[in-house]
Design a protein around this ligand. Structure first.
Ligand code: ATP
Ligand code: MG
Length: 386
């Protein structure tokens, strides 16, 4: 008998002919994630098994697995060679610590001679005999003894399922460019889209010296937190000062924010396309701030000409977003009081319903291509590695 960690995956089972592409990517992601530990990772029918690890690493291994998208749940299990005698002798030694229990048998190996309901009953009786004062409750048991008979001639016996994140393996949907600010929303938006299988690159616009070094560091820190879920992130940091100064100097005050946003989207799309990203992600949220009215978002959206823009938070309340931020560990960093470049030259009354003709008329006062080219020359690329 040896102790192993059993890994289950969920939605990728729906993938029909593409199933193995998803399973292979998940296996690769897990192997890579666990590469710092001494252990053995194998795949069997519908499960991955981690074995031969140091007991002292167990909690840390589980903690790492809980961050991998595509895994639905994890169990610490006893592994035995499949045979009735081996199952009996393991069940004989099990202590039922709650007052009610049930046995659940999963006979994935159909060659095993005893069918699941019959084996569950038999094992249930054994447990009742060896554990005085407990009873079987098939509907609401306080303890479940799970017995999985798998096709690799091994049987796994365990009590608990540790819920994991679910979602799709990162990379199966290609790569996307996240517009990452220092706020609460955009890290959460990146997390949610990585959950659907997108590998993440990120782009941040900063306006030094109007915004501080700490504001930039905060974004790097946020990328370092979400990489625990997304894997390695290439972070593009774009100097934005000159562009904001020009807009401030030449454009209508109330259109400042709209035009700034459009520059961000334009540059993000260019960087995304030249780095094989298939989409953009923002933390935009309808009606959250003045620039996020339907007209505001429409106006920004126009600058993404070829790539789809994912806005996974569009219908969330701030409270809901903050809860996810707390869960994934970004909240405390996001609320640090360092200003984002969006607050530089903030007009007293930003337009809430921008008119496209007026936006474009204002933009004609700027040498857009030159400004963008200059910003591109100053881009700093950081590899945020797991
Ligand atoms: P967040 O919490 O993500 O900062 P927010 O409520 O502050 O969101 P806005 O400031 O209006 O919202 O920004 C909307 C979205 O625009 C952000 O979620 C982000 O995707 C993008 N964005 C804003 N500022 C920057 C920036 N400096 N660099 C990169 N992207 C940005
Ligand atoms: Mg912001």
């Amino acid at each position: 008998m040896k102790e192993v960690i059993l890994i289950r995956f969920g939605e990728i089972f729906l993938k029909g002919k593409n199933y193995f592409y998803f399973e292979n990517t998940l296996f690769k992601n897990i192997s890579w994630r666990l590469s710092k530990f001494k252990l053995n990772l194998i795949r069997t029918d519908g499960r991955f098994i981690v074995s031969d690890f140091n007991e002292a690493d167990k909690d840390e291994i589980i903690k790492n697995l809980k961050c991998v998208f595509g895994i639905v749940s994890i169990s610490v299990a006893s592994e035995i060679d499949t045979s009735l005698e081996n199952i009996y002798s393991l069940i004989k030694n099990i202590k039922i610590v709650k007052d009610t229990f049930k046995v659940e048998v999963n006979r994935a190996d159909k060659k095993f001679p005893v069918k699941s309901p019959e084996l569950s009953r038999e094992l249930g009786h054994m447990l009742l005999e060896n554990n005085k004062g407990v009873s079987v409750d098939v509907h609401n048991p306080k303890q479940v003894v799970n017995v999985e008979i798998r096709q690799n001639n091994k049987t796994y016996i365990y009590f608990d399922k540790i819920e994991s994140l679910g979602g799709m393996p990162v990379g199966t949907a290609g790569e996307s460019m996240l517009l990452l600010s220092g706020g609460i929303d955009s890290p959460v938006a990146g997390f949610l889209m990585a959950k659907r299988g997108l590998k993440i690159s990120a782009i941040h616009f900063y306006s030094y010296p109007y915004t501080s070094e700490q504001a930039k560091q905060k974004v790097i820190d946020l990328a370092n937190i979400i990489k625990n879920y997304t894997g390695d992130i290439k972070l593009y940091i774009v100097p934005f000062t000159k562009i904001q100064e020009e807009i401030h100097k030449k454009c209508d005050d109330e259109y400042m924010v709209t035009i700034v946003r459009r520059f961000m989207m334009d540059i993000a799309e260019r960087v995304a396309k030249s780095n094989a990203c298939n989409s953009l992600i923002t933390g935009e949220n309808l009606a959250q701030v003045a620039s996020q009215t339907v007209e505001g978002i429409t106006s920004t959206n126009k600058m993404a000409k070829d790539l789809v823009v994912f806005r996974p938070l569009i219908g969330f309340d701030k409270v809901e977003i903050s809860k996810i931020a707390e869960k994934i560990g970004t909240y405390e960093t996001s609320i640090l009081p360092y200003e984002d470049c969006c607050s530089v030259f903030l007009p007293k009354k930003p337009v809430t319903h921008p008119k496209l003709e007026r936006v474009e008329k204002n933009e004609q006062l700027l040498d857009r291509e030159r400004l963008i080219k200059e910003a591109a020359q100053g881009v700093e690329i950081l590899n945020i590695k797991l």
